[in-house]
Design a protein. Sequence first.
Length: 174
Amino acid sequence: MSALSNQPTNKNMLSPNGFRFVLNRTPNINYFTYSVPIPTLTLGDYDITTPFATLPYPGDKLRYEPLSIRFRVDEDLKNYLEIHNWLVSLASPESFDQSAYTSRSSSAFKNGDIFSDGSLIVMTSNQNPNIRIDFKDLFPVSLTELTFDASISDIQYLEATVTFRYSIYNIVEI
């Protein structure tokens, strides 16, 4: 076997700005999203004690860290309100009428009022879709503040971060 057979076929580097994020439930967020990290994936482990040493051993459960996306807020606050109203519907802080579900019945979980699927599409160096990371059963757990400040002399558009929990993500070649 020659040393050349071990060379990669694609020598292009991955660009951090070649992506598109699509969240099925919130179409206004999609256009304004500018930062999406692939969350940390951790495999638990445990120790096995022997008479000579304590040895690490891989566990059997994966932990998917939360997904946090950053987006610029449009002047009508449509994208911010998509997430805000979703959070309110999950918590129903004032009445059951605000709730996405009156009781946590299985039909509420199936109809999309609670969860949404989303995808991060990673582009090639030629801006063609290459990899898709599918997030299953996303739901928001936090939305950052918006700070209005009359003392700023240069225009700085408002930005927000929304953090989601989800059940799993899968990485698929397109």
